[in-house]
Design a protein around this ligand. Structure first.
Ligand SMILES: *Cc1c(COP(=O)(O)O)cnc(C)c1O
Length: 231
């Protein structure tokens, strides 16, 4: 299938999953995950109705994003952020960083932002599956972390992100997503100054329909758009 057909098919699946739970499909942002893809392939996706792109490595983003400026609407950073890569990442002007899970990184990011007089939108990454090899703060520690980061003036927390377990067991996946949505609502109710619970980033190729059913409004899709990755 062509890239165009893959993208059309995903839009149809998004519509169907949203309508199943009485949601407006327009409220769901499709983030095309472009890691490992060439600039030419990304350009092709961008000329086929893709507006939002996500990368997970600073080095790779540095190699590709500058030549794509003007062609995408938003670039999102979705990978683990090492504090020594903050400067390089910020030069690429990400619209949203999905993966803040530590106060120390947030604090360093805030120092950079203050120096350059910029405000940065971020999501807090939560480890909802309990897998030890995953990044993300534990659900129990999420609210305290958000309270601390909310004191950093140049960072705006805009929501939560998670990666579910890679499994075919739908129940396990759904449990992760429900956990994140509940946390999202709990934080919303807490009305913490400088924190807006707007985005729930969950769902990838393997599980985005379940994520939509559970309230995701950003889904991050690589394989279903571009095919299997060759590292
Ligand atoms: C690679 C990646 C995705 C996309 O995964 P697919 O299964 O290819 O859709 C989504 N989110 C993050 C954080 C990723 O690193």
């Amino acid at each position: 299938m062509s890239l165009y057909e893959n993208i059309e098919l995903i839009r149809e699946r998004i519509n169907k999953a949203a309508l199943k739970v009485n949601r407006d499909p327009k409220d769901i942002k499709l983030l095309a995950v472009t890691k490992t893809r060439s600039i030419e392939t990304i350009e092709e996706a961008l000329s086929n109705n893709i507006e939002f792109i996500g990368e997970n490595k600073v080095q790779e983003a540095e190699d590709k994003i500058p030549s794509l400026i003007g062609k995408f609407k938003e670039f999102h950073f979705i990978g683990h952020l090492q504090s020594n890569k903050i400067n390089k990442l910020m030069k690429l002007r990400p619209a949203l960083i999905h993966s803040i899970d530590k106060y120390s990184t947030a604090n360093k990011l805030n120092n950079y932002l203050k120096q350059h007089s910029i405000i940065q939108d971020v999501l807090i990454e939560v480890n909802t599956s309990g897998e030890e090899n995953k990044f993300g703060i534990t659900p129990d520690e999420t609210l305290p972390l958000i309270r601390s980061i909310s004191q950093l003036e140049n960072i705006k927390i805009k929501g939560l992100m998670t990666i579910s377990m890679f499994t075919h067991d739908e129940k396990i996946i759904r449990k992760s997503f429900i956990k994140l949505r509940k946390l999202f609502n709990e934080i919303k109710t807490s009305e913490i100054p400088n924190v807006e619970m707007k985005f729930l980033s969950m769902g990838m190729t393997n599980d985005f329909e379940i994520a939509i059913e559970e309230g995701a409004n950003i889904i991050r899709i690589g394989t279903a758009i571009f095919g299997t990755r060759n590292y």
